[in-house]
Design a protein around this ligand. Structure first.
Ligand SMILES: Cc1ncc(COP(=O)(O)O)c(C=O)c1O
Length: 456
């Protein structure tokens, strides 16, 4: 039996196109609504925040969208990312399953996030933009945009969720090394931040609040635009290079997945690995099970409602149909900051509603346990977000063992955890709770869903 562990592609095999699942959807996405008029938005409504090339990608139904050559040249710094066969983990679990993982932690930021930060900075630079604002939860997206901004000579301002700002001072130092400015959110720099702080000066922040602050600043100046690290169609599109590369690498391994898994915060690395496989299935190819893994503390796909809602807490963004826990929901300060978002990408929510995927939720303690097992047998210390994908893959491998099935499991290891060691220390001290989102808090946040006219 082959013991090949690493499947490596040549730089020339970096995909030349992003894959757009909107071309293959059996039912189109519901429209995005304007928060003022409650009518579908047009490109002009979005132009204060995004350059037109990204807005066009947002609404495109073309199957393949070309990756600009200069963007592919930057990708050469770390792409193609390796695919590993998890021989060590398989042995530790004593499973007949074959486990593969696509490792995105080899990027300069340590995760999949530069896959979208680089093209977003590229298109903004092309459009003459001087400054980008954004939010960051885990610090991974902020680091990625800071890195991209440094390459393209753009000023970058990052609203970092307060709990992450406090837990991860070295993430901030990396963002500053790339020349970005980092602000703890909620902050005194925006009207919305001041309002939140007036109500609760010790607010731990949330991605929804940080998005409102970044959008508020971007909307004020013509030379400034906003960049989002997940959720939007164009961000998910940019991440599809993960799955496209993984398909070639699985071919090298003479294997095809029975199950594809990833963790979901806003849905971008999940879509990145899953959509190319889902698209192939929609076009009549093999149909692997596709599974999203989320935290029990922020369970938008497994316990949220599929409804129109705001993307931010201050209600400045357009309204999209998605799985949501309510835009006013502040998740507990658990240690996977990148998964603390109240909603889910409209595209991921839509394919979940169409029955094209499944979702499961796990507590953070069991996810850290899975991550530590992984580190001890595969060597990589995973990001707390990625631990959710590992937990999901381990559960599938143990099911295969119980059922005596030699299935092939593929998951996305979205990032490394080198800046998350405080969280690991707390886990080893027995200090981490399995946070669960309480029914009452959920009902309270759901009471604030916007009313949308029946005809949309
Ligand atoms: C390492 C890592 N994985 C996953 C996520 C979740 O984001 P998404 O669902 O967009 O992939 C984040 C977000 O910050 C992250 O940093």
């Amino acid at each position: 039996m082959s013991k090949q562990t690493k499947y490596v592609l040549d730089e020339e095999q970096i995909p030349k196109f992003w894959y757009n699942i909107q071309a293959d959807l059996p039912v189109p996405l519901p429209p995005v609504l304007h928060p003022g008029t409650m009518q579908p938005v047009g490109p002009d409504d979005l132009s204060p925040l995004f350059p037109m090339s990204l807005i066009q990608q947002e609404v495109s139904t073309e199957r393949e969208i070309e990756i600009p050559e200069p963007v592919r040249d930057v990708f050469r710094l770390w792409r193609p990312a390796p695919l590993y066969r998890a021989h060590g983990l398989e042995k530790a679990l004593d499973t007949p399953a074959k486990i593969f993982y696509k490792y995105e932690g080899v990027s300069p930021a340590g995760s999949h996030k530069p896959n979208s930060a680089i093209p977003q900075a590229f298109y903004n630079k092309e459009a003459g933009v001087k400054r980008l604002t954004t939010e960051t939860g885990a610090g991974q997206w902020g680091t990625s945009l800071a890195f991209a901004g440094s390459l393209y000579g753009l000023d970058v301002e990052i609203f970092q969720v307060r709990v992450s700002y406090d837990q991860k001072p070295y993430r901030r130092a990396v963002m500053e090394t790339y020349g970005a400015r980092c602000i703890a959110s909620p902050s005194n720099e925006t009207e919305y931040g001041r309002k939140v702080l007036a109500e609760n000066p010790n607010h731990t922040g949330s991605l929804g609040i940080a998005i409102s602050e970044a959008v508020e600043i971007a909307a004020q100046r013509d030379d400034t635009k906003y960049a989002l690290g997940s959720v939007l169609n164009h961000v998910l599109l940019h991440q599809t290079i993960i799955g496209q590369e993984a398909m070639l690498q699985m071919e090298m391994a003479d294997a095809y997945p029975d199950v594809v898994l990833s963790c979901t915060g806003g849905g971008s690395n999940f879509a990145g690995i899953a959509f190319p496989f889902m698209g192939q299935a929609l076009r009549g190819g093999p149909k692997p099970r596709i599974v999203a893994v989320e935290p029990t503390a922020c369970p938008s796909l497994t316990r949220g409602k599929y409804a129109y809602d705001f993307g931010d807490t201050g209600h400045m963004t357009p309204i999209t149909k998605m799985h949501t826990l309510g835009s006013t929901f502040t998740p507990p300060g658990f240690h996977a900051g990148g998964l603390r978002y109240h909603g889910m990408a409209p595209l991921v929510s839509h394919v979940k509603e169409l029955g094209l995927m499944e979702a499961v939720a796990y507590g953070q303690r069991e996810c850290f346990e899975a991550g530590v097992l992984f580190a001890r047998h595969e060597g990589i210390v995973p990001a707390p977000e990625s631990n959710h994908a590992i937990k999901g893959a381990i559960e599938e491998a143990l099911r295969c063992k119980r059922e005596g099935k030699a299935e092939t499991i593929l998951f996305c290891l979205s990032g490394h955890g080198h800046f998350d060691m405080a969280a690991y220390t707390r886990y080893f001290e027995g200090d981490l709770q399995n946070e669960v989102y309480a029914e009452e808090a959920m009902a309270e946040a759901m009471a604030h869903l916007p009313e949308v006219p029946e005809n949309v």
